[in-house]
Design a protein around this ligand. Structure first.
Ligand SMILES: Nc1ncnc2c1ncn2[C@@H]1O[C@H](COP(=O)(O)OP(=O)(O)OP(=O)(O)O)[C@@H](O)[C@H]1O
Ligand code: SF4
Ligand SMILES: [Mg+2]
Length: 351
């Protein structure tokens, strides 16, 4: 089945919240919580990429981990709609959808741990540092085949053949499958990580800073590979990055996150051409130009707030160069911002 025939959204978050104990007391309930993700709603269409950008600590990784079920949502919904092809391949997924699904989708935030197995194979993950996610004592073909083993997908010979095909697809000669991860360069290790992520034919892949640790030329090759794989397989990506140049190349839509919330969302080109939220503008102004000079003045002062004590009103107000009295008292809702939306009083009211 082609990806184009399977349109609509693949992932839909509704008011997602993830909290961590702000102060842990031995064997007691935490008194205070830090909401690392605090009411995020977004959507990723089938076969498209949504980039999630923002400063360190704003909650990007936490959001990605919640989608993958690696950290629990404390509130909100995570709707995942697997495509037909994935439903046919993942044993148990149809039964799960029949029992708990709505409109062909499952709310992963409400899924008990025991029910996750058929869903997990439909979700892939690619991390920043492949060295830490690839077992150094395992031959590379086994690293790639391991998800298949866990899900008992085929005989030993079939597993090897599948691992070889995946390695070849990502640009690693299958004969090198006998080697260990540390015998490869950073870029090659990331290729191996991508092959592993694709082993079970996922529909949605969370890529958390997948090219941040790589040199410029290697970075471009890995991005090209991710784009090719997306076109071939109709993959949806949640692409987490603070490299805006990379985001521009890979993502149809971009969501800007600040202190656990979204500040602005829109088509990448439009958002980069005419950012409306002062935080988006500051982020873009801080991007180095081609010659290494700053493209604009860095407008941001101070540090992002702690998620355990966010500021009143608009969370960005203590750092916002355009803040006015209302910003400290009232939290902005969503306003129209060109082709997207911004959570700032200065954008245009929604009709
Ligand atoms: N396991 C954890 N326990 C407690 N607090 C955590 C944990 N993981 C993250 N946090 C806190 O949650 C907030 C969001 O962290 P997160 O790692 O999601 O940010 P990020 O946007 O991915 O940052 P970076 O760009 O540095 O990767 C931070 O304040 C962080 O300190
Ligand atoms: S609502 Fe106010 S403080 Fe927040 S971004 Fe807009 S102008 Fe700045
Ligand atoms: Mg992170």
């Amino acid at each position: 089945m082609s990806a184009a025939a399977d349109n609509g959204w693949r992932l839909r978050l509704r008011a997602l919240e993830v909290r961590y104990p702000a102060e842990q007391r031995w064997l007691r309930r935490p008194r205070r919580w830090a909401r690392a993700v605090d009411g995020v709603s977004l959507e990723i269409p089938a076969g498209e990429t949504l980039a999630l950008v923002g400063e360190s600590g704003c909650g990007k990784t936490t959001l990605g981990r919640a989608v993958l079920g690696l950290v629990a949502a404390s509130a909100g919904e995570i709707w995942f709609r697997p495509p037909e092809a994935v439903r046919r391949q993942a044993p148990g997924l149809d039964a799960l959808l029949a029992g708990r699904g709505r409109d062909g989708a499952l709310d992963l935030a409400a899924l008990p741990a025991a029910a996750w197995k058929p869903v997990r194979r439909a979700l892939g993950m690619v991390f920043q540092d492949p060295s830490s996610s690839l077992n150094p004592r395992m031959r590379v073909w086994r690293v790639v085949a391991e998800p298949l083993l866990i899900h008992r997908a085929g005989s030993a010979a079939a597993l090897r053949a599948r691992a070889d095909a995946l390695l070849e697809r990502v640009g690693i000669a299958p004969v090198l499958g006998e080697r260990f991860p540390n015998e490869f360069s950073g870029g090659q290790r990331q290729r191996i990580g991508i092959a592993r992520a694709l082993a079970l034919d996922p529909a949605l892949v969370v890529c958390d800073e997948p090219v941040s640790a790589l040199d410029v030329s290697v970075k471009a090759q890995i991005l090209e590979l991710l784009l090719d794989l997306q076109r071939e397989r109709g993959l949806s990506y949640l692409f987490i990055s603070h490299d805006l140049a990379v985001v521009r190349q890979i993502a149809q839509r971009t969501a800007v996150m600040y202190a656990g919330r979204l500040a602005e969302v829109g088509p990448t080109d439009a958002l980069f051409a005419a950012p409306r939220h002062p935080y988006t503008r500051a982020l873009l102004a801080a991007v180095p130009a081609v010659d290494g000079a700053r493209a604009g003045r860095l407008l941001l002062r101070g540090e992002p707030p702690s998620p355990s004590a966010p500021p009143s009103g608009c969370r960005f107000h203590p750092r916002c160069p355009e803040a006015f009295a209302r910003c400290a008292a009232e939290e902005p809702g969503w306003y129209r911002a060109g082709e997207g939306a911004a959570a700032c009083f200065l954008a245009e009211p929604l009709s």
